[in-house]
Design a protein around this ligand. Sequence first.
Ligand SMILES: Nc1nc2c(ncn2[C@@H]2O[C@H](COP(=O)(O)OP(=O)(O)OP(=O)(O)O)[C@@H](O)[C@H]2O)c(=O)[nH]1
Ligand SMILES: [Mg+2]
Length: 456
Amino acid sequence: MVLEGLAGSLRETIRKISRASYIDKETIKEVSKELQRALLKADVNVKLVLNLSSTLERRATEEKPPAGMTEQDFMIKIIYEELLKILGEDSKIELGEQTIMLVGLYGQGKTTSAGKLAKFFHRKGLSVGLIAADVHRPGAYDQLEQVAKQVNVPFYGEKGQKNPVRIISNGLDQLKDLKVKIIDTSGRDSLNQELIDEITEIKKKFQPKEVLLVMDATIGQQAGPQAKAIDDAVGITGVIITKMDGTGKGGGALSAVADIHAPVYFIGTGEHMDDLEVFNAKKFLSRLLGLGDLETLLEAFQETEITEEEAEESMNRLMSGKFNLKDMYEIWEKFAQPGIMRKMFDALPLSKMPGGGKIGAEDLDNAQDKLNNYRVIMDSMTFYELEHPDEINAKRIMRIAKGSGREETDVRNLLREFKAMKNNLKAMKGNRGFKKLMRNQIKAGNFGLENLEGLQ
Ligand SMILES: Nc1nc2c(ncn2[C@@H]2O[C@H](COP(=O)(O)OP(=O)(O)OP(=O)(O)O)[C@@H](O)[C@H]2O)c(=O)[nH]1
Ligand SMILES: [Mg+2]
């Protein structure tokens, strides 16, 4: 993943801050220096780094933490806020009728992103068409046509036509009944007047609602000036950062984003048409800093449609030692919904994960399979058995296995897991409820929930 190096150093700094017994001038200076080093090493623009560190030092010296917040957490909060300023405010692309023009240099991912975007809008229920206005690179027409086929949307292009304005004009006419029209434009191997003239003319003539800069995440320091020049010419309204799955420092792209003050709408995370994520600066930063993605975690819980009262009630039941298989079934039922587990795993602080890495698709599938398996088994249990798991004897196990078409060992595993869960829950008795549980989760990032709430 791009920015892995920066993430490592930032997390180390955060850990150091939370371990510090107090925050004095010296500590502030030290943290500031460390942050500078980390950012510069990641290729973040020098001016940006110096601004950030001087703001950090000033704020940490002058401002006082709000009541209840430790000095350490306050320092982390300031770092979070200042880094967030680089990424810009969260702003989402509108889901309405519009023309979108993609701009960027050679190989940055314009054509691929055009397809990904088309798929994104199509999924949101909007009709989409693609227009091939890259007249510069041989094969551009065929590539976009292929992409359009892949994502199953209409395509317009004119093979051999050298005038992009003419193609777009005809294309917009041809696709006029579609809600979203996406224009793929030419790149160049470096920024030159020809490119600037070309995109300026297109912009002027068609006034697209969005002009999106497509930028490779692994691009270096030259990203800033290039983005600035394109922005000056056509007014960039948003950014797509591609190849976030690659390796590279990533700071160049971040600096460019800070330079042009345009929101990052999406990130590209692979070559496939599904590898596009809506960008959320806060989530991104929380993950980068290893704070655990609280927002996503809460979202995942919300999507399970457990109300606050239900959660409270479940918690009380869980802790009371009265927990039975029915309760477990209900919990699993919620979490077995597609997508929920992925979100839960993604949301956990990295340090909590086995090997400190990401949970792979395979682990996820296994976990999901296991859950589904258990649910099938429980479907073959009687209500009495669900409520009194201790009374499930060998004879009952045999019947349940048969009824669910599973092995007896599967049933035994389930019962064993249930017992372990119950014991764990008992051991947590006295822990005050749900929040405390969450708090422990998030502690892995050495960070208290109260303070995270303060951050959001
Ligand atoms: N790993 C990865 N590869 C990507 C991503 N986005 C694009 N690519 C690859 O990058 C290469 C260039 O992508 P294109 O979409 O052709 O780039 P372009 O900006 O249209 O390039 P030109 O038309 O030459 O200006 C292709 O091999 C894509 O598959 C991404 O998010 N991750
Ligand atoms: Mg292209």
